[in-house]
Design a protein around this ligand. Sequence first.
Ligand SMILES: [Mg+2]
Length: 412
Amino acid sequence: MKIIAADVIVTSPDRNFVTLKLTTDDGLTGLGDATLNGRELSVVAYLREHVVPLLIGIDAHRIEDTWQFLYRSAYWRRGPVTMAAIAAVDVALWDIKAKAAGMPLYQLLGGASRTGLLAYGHASGKSNEELFDSVREHQEQGYRAIRVQTGVPGLKSIYGIASNATFEANTGVRYDHEPAQRGARPAEEDWDTRSYLRHVPTVFEAVRNEFGPELPLLHDGHHRMTPIQAAKLGKSLEPYDLFWLEDVTPAENPEALRLVRQHTTTPLAIGEIFNTVWDYQQIIREQLIDYVRSAVTHTGGITHLKKILDYASQYQIKSGMHGPTDISPVGMAAAMHLGLAIHNFGIQEYMRHGDKTNAVFQQSFTWTDGMLHPGDKPGIGVDLDVDEAGRYPYETAYLPYNRLADGTVHDW
Ligand SMILES: [Mg+2]
């Protein structure tokens, strides 16, 4: 079962996606997601110029060996571009192997450990009234766990608040939340940590008063706080019993979480911009987090993320895989198969893709009573319509960035 073709497909149905398609000499195909939001073409170049030529002629069954070859032979290891490229190859090979076996991928990963995956969606609003409407809308869509992001008085635009205007102007597609914007330069947002720290606990108090104690609530700090600010937020949110508080401090310095952990019992999640098990080594060993936020797409694929999650399981740390709309349907399917199979599944982030995206990527997952299931088609259960993909060429898009009131660039 040798690889005879490796095609990198770039398409922008509602947003940019990069997909690797591998074909074997016995006619099987496999898909892998290589989308790196705002830096998509760097992974395209890495794949086309450096990886694809190495894949032709290799045995598609040798998944672990191919992973180690691509990781170690580069010498320049890790990093989001490299690890997204390796992830795409890895998932495409798992897709092929599962099709060859005639099984859905989760069966090859050990079989189902549960009947479905609890998923959370993104509610947001500039005011509490808008936020409550958004929470109700998500409950009507079936969500049983909800991330809450809110506007902060005095700040114009802020991470996590659904931007209808952007999408109505560009595509007419309503995303729950999609920060990347098409255009030649990143949009500028503003930020004030003290205002944020004062405001957020009042919002969670209001949400608990409105929706009661049962609903699992999550919140994302998006790496903007110092350790002591993060500790203060975790403490001030304790009465509202969060499922998790995410990305409180910049991810480059994992040991910052030690101080946060000393001060609060609010569960912590981090890792969406981590790439390897080495990024997690200290914070898993010291039990500084409760949830691993990595996506299959950005962490070297199923082969490597499963190793991270197996390591985490020794410390009662669970999965909380990244799943916003810049994880393509291929990346989401891979996450669902892995999440169904592992024992230490926690929750899956799930935002709906738009109609154009769903026409490019035909999917077999199900969404029932707030639970995802990858379906039982052999492989990962996603097909890519190449003609449909060809209708939507790449468009330059950037994630926004932040400045403080005095003009200083701040973490976004
Ligand atoms: Mg996050």
